[in-house]
Design a protein. Sequence first.
Length: 188
Amino acid sequence: MALVLVLLPSCSKYDQLVSDYQGTEEAWANVQAQLQRRYDLIPNLVETVKASAAHEQETLAAVISARSKATSIQLSAEDLSDPEKMKQLQAAEGELNSALSRLMMVQESYPDLKANAAFKDLQVQLEGTENRILRSREEYNKAVRQYNTTLMQVKGSAVNKLTGKPFEPRVYFEAGAAAQGEPPKVEF
């Protein structure tokens, strides 16, 4: 009976060590999930922003080019009877009209051009992702602190020794590029 009274508190300490150990496992899995989010999300966001910016660039470049062609054709009163000159003018005006129509269609679909907003959204996503990773690292370190504290306390240490030392102290997450490799580079 005395042995049961002595071992019973040890069982609860063992259970606490198991629980704290699992807490560190969960916290580390959360860090990995946030890192995976970074590696999955950021390259896709960058490509989306690049595509948006390229589409707007192409539309505006087409308008500028067509306008330049249309204004470069100068017709005099005598040229109005030249079918070839009139064709050139009509073709240039048609290009300008087409480019302006595309621009108007973009403008109607997107009241303001979206590349600037997309860049701002990318910045928000980058900041949010990095904040989530930071929070996950902090939660991991908190779980490690709790687990290591329980393990190093007298009862935790005694239970660990009595059970053959199945519990090892965990290492804190420390900042540094070598810890998880280099983060993705955002390039345009």
